[in-house]
Design a protein around this ligand. Structure first.
Ligand code: UDP
Length: 476
């Protein structure tokens, strides 16, 4: 098949590794299983781009084209305090004219089958319609969050006041009950601009031609069936996951963590990490360190400089931080060196999760990290920080039963005793054994969904057929 004959798809991820990684992995499947040609249009949130993103883009296979859009000059409207979601939405808005130019240039050269955006790129809808192309959304979070999104406009009409004060939880069909305090961050302050913007965006989700959700029917049967029930207000929803980062994208391990892991007993190490931007307060950082020490378990901890103002200050720009090691308790590194390794800022997580020595993951419940753990059968400690992570934590602990959840003290802190307790239970206790077994079961289900004849493989094939048909009809 020549380049001209192949079907061409444009993918438009929002800033942040958590958005870029899964959409690139989806693109790889579209190339290897369905022979599409892919161009990424990638908006940069900072100049120079975050190091991890730069390395990731450089490692992309040659068969991908990508257009890196330079970051906009700040005009003061970039809201540093609005949380990562507000920042990302504003970033995308700033890029609209550049995206239009990029799409116009591409459509002069090739016939596009589809443009794939993510939820933060919903403003691209009007623009893409001008190019007469199928517009799909890649929803890189749990199906329960997608279902919630469709439910939000009704909730907004029915409920007075902040959701966290609601007497009763929201019960979405087939899902674990959700209390208002567990809703995603943008829904916690209804008078905020971020809430209004998200509400408006949720109402526009039904304008896309289809939604690819990075989940699988065996993991979230209730939510996915509810999303697929006939409802003319909703576009078709295709569960195509779990699509996760491949080990091949990893940089060389400069910190020696793989070597260290190689020397630890099988299943003995607790991996501790809060995603690409998750950050603890100084007090919480201190308590976590002392809790890990008290637990006397082996650990590999990816540390990020603590910050008392925000739980994700570095989501869009992971550079320019102070040395996180300086914030550790005095003597911590020396006292724990026989059983712990601390790595500043970044490891190749997928290598760690697939390593035989890794026996647990204390994590922030980001959806990619969740799926990566499930694919590798790693049991979890759920420590949500921001975005939709509290909802994911509820699902992981109360519904899927693959995670333990530590309890905060009266000051909202997970203190050292609680950290030590939950770590010991996961690594050595009876409850730990149960979540470990459950993690293995989910791993098998995930692999089956992706395998030949599996539910997600079939769902992706159906989408590929639609996209090809669209391209053929355009060319006639
Ligand atoms: N990640 C990684 N190394 C790190 C931290 C994160 O490789 O030190 C990867 C992780 O494997 C996942 C992504 O970054 O693919 C984080 O996505 P997630 O949805 O879990 O969280 P987010 O960063 O979006 O909050």
């Amino acid at each position: 098949m020549s380049r001209q004959e192949a079907s061409h798809v444009v993918m438009l991820p929002s800033p942040g590794m958590g958005h870029l990684i899964p959409i690139v992995e989806l693109a790889k499947l579209l190339v290897s299983h369905h022979r599409f040609l892919i161009t990424f249009i990638i908006p940069s949130s900072s100049s120079p781009p975050p190091k991890a993103q730069e390395a990731f883009l450089q490692s992309l296979p040659e068969y991908f084209d990508y257009i890196l859009l330079p970051p906009p000059l700040s005009d003061g409207s970039f809201d540093e305090n609005g949380g990562p979601e507000a920042q990302i939405c504003l970033t995308i808005t700033h890029f609209l004219s550049l995206i239009r130019v990029a799409l116009a240039t591409l459509t002069k050269k090739v016939t596009l089958a589809a443009v794939v955006i993510d939820p933060f790129g919903i403003d691209i809808i009007d623009l893409a319609k001008g190019f007469d192309v199928l517009l799909y959304m890649h929803f890189g979070s749990a199906a329960i969050n997608l279902l919630f999104t469709f439910h939000l406009p009704r909730l907004d009409e029915e409920v007075e006041g902040e959701y966290r004060y609601m007497q009763n939880p929201v019960i979405l069909p087939g899902c674990v009950p959700l209390h208002g305090k567990d809703f995603a961050d943008p829904f916690q302050q209804r008078s905020s601009e971020t809430y209004k913007r998200f509400l408006d965006q949720c109402k526009r989700f039904n304008l896309v031609d289809g939604i690819l959700v990075n989940s699988f029917i065996e993991l979230e049967p209730g939510a996915i069936r509810a999303l697929q029930d006939d409802d003319p207000r909703r576009p078709p929803v295709h569960p195509i996951g779990p699509i996760i980062q491949s080990v091949l994208n990893c940089e060389v391990d400069g910190s020696g963590y793989l070597n260290w892991l190689n020397n630890q007993p099988s299943g003995s190490v607790l991996y501790v990490s809060f995603g690409s931007g998750g950050t603890l307060s100084c007090d919480q950082f201190h308590e976590l360190a002392l809790g890990l020490e008290m637990s006397e378990q082996r650990f590999l901890w990816v540390v990020r400089t603590p910050n008392d103002k925000s739980s994700c200050p570095s989501y869009c720009n992971a550079q320019g931080e102070a040395d996180p090691l300086e914030f550790l308790p005095d003597g911590f590194l020396e006292r724990t060196e026989i059983r712990g390794l601390v790595v500043p800022s970044w490891v190749c997580q997928i290598q760690v999760l697939s390593h035989d020595s890794t026996g647990g993951f204390l994590m922030h419940c980001g959806w990619n990290s969740t799926l990566e753990s499930i694919m590798h059968g790693v049991p979890l400690i759920a420590w949500p920080l921001y975005a939709e992570q509290r909802t994911n934590a509820v699902m992981l602990t109360e519904d899927l039963k693959v995670a333990l959840r530590p309890k905060a003290n009266g000051k909202g802190l997970l203190d050292r005793d609680e950290v030590s307790r939950v770590v010991k239970v996961l690594m050595e206790g009876e409850e730990g054994k149960r979540v470990r077994e459950r993690a293995k079961e989910l791993k098998d289900l995930a692999n089956r969904a992706l395998g030949e004849g599996g539910s997600s493989r079939k769902a992706m094939a159906q989408v590929a057929i639609k996209w090809r048909d669209q391209r053929c009809s355009r060319n006639q």
